[in-house]
Ligand binder design. Structure first.
Ligand code: KIV
Length: 262
């Protein structure tokens, strides 16, 4: 996937979109020559890399740093960078500066959580030539307002609000939308009715694509096992085993060997 036109084409062709998060150049190099379609430099970096309890600590500067690293590792992938907490809520100029910095850092698009109260900002970015991916359903940046990381839009009223929000995003010019932790039936309905691709996480199989957090699907986040995550590798086991064998080799004087020395 090279441009937002490829997202539109994938939707028309019924071709599913595989997106993963990445935060540094090493991770990006690993995925660079895989069939993964696009990369999200998510503000989940605060939780899985920086060890915080939520994503609120992400700043434009930090997102720029991680975006630059990912772009160096996977220069040919379509990179979406998260606009951090409140970056879209301080007016058009602030949002434009933040989005511009992320695009200069190597992103091809930005992702913005929610739409109510900042649809005009999204429209302004789009009109300024900055592709925007929306994000609806569970909004991690609003964790304190929603009272935790929980499935959203289960009740009819909340589902109706989500439909309205999705329509507002389309009207503002978003090229795709992440649907996080909503009932699969609602995600399927939105996928069928919206003209832009839906990328699901905890939103069932009918979305136009899926996104997973690197540490979750590669088994690097041992305590975190939500229903929507499938482990595609046992990273924890592999890395722990390598670390243990390394320490044992050093402690036992077995590393480095003569052929590993100058
Ligand atoms: O920050 C992130 O990783 C995200 C995904 C969970 C969609 O927004």
């Amino acid at each position: 996937m090279k441009t937002i036109r490829d997202f539109a084409a994938a939707k028309v062709a019924g071709r599913k979109i595989a997106m993963v998060t990445a935060y540094d150049a090493g991770m990006a190099r690993l995925l660079a020559d895989t069939p993964v379609d696009c990369v999200l430099v998510g503000d989940s970096v605060m939780m899985v890399v920086h060890g915080e309890a939520d994503t609120l600590g992400a700043t434009p500067e930090l997102m720029v740093l991680h975006t630059k690293a990912v772009a160096r590792g996977a220069p040919d992938k379509f990179i979406v960078a998260d606009m951090p907490f409140l970056a879209a809520r301080k007016g058009r100029a602030h949002a434009l500066d933040c989005a511009a910095a992320l695009l200069r850092a190597g992103a091809s698009a930005v992702k913005i959580e929610g739409v109510r109260g900042h649809a005009d900002v999204i429209a302004h970015l789009v009109e300024s030539g900055i592709p925007v991916m929306g994000h609806l359903g569970l909004l991690p940046q609003s964790v304190h307002a929603t009272g935790g990381f929980r499935v959203q839009a289960k009740q009819a009223e909340a589902a109706a609000q989500l439909r309205e929000d999705a329509a507002a995003l389309v009207a503002a010019g978003a090229f795709a939308v992440v649907l996080e932790c909503i009932p699969a039936k609602l995600a399927a309905e939105l996928t069928a009715s919206l003209p832009i691709p839906t990328i699901g996480i905890g939103a069932g199989a009918k979305c136009d694509g899926q996104v997973l957090v690197w540490h979750d699907f590669l088994g690097l986040n041992p305590g975190f096992k939500p229903r929507f995550v499938r482990r595609f590798a046992d990273g924890e086991k592999t890395l722990r085993s390598g670390l243990t064998r390394y320490a044992e080799a050093v402690h036992g004087g077995k590393f480095p060997a003569a052929r590993e020395s100058f």
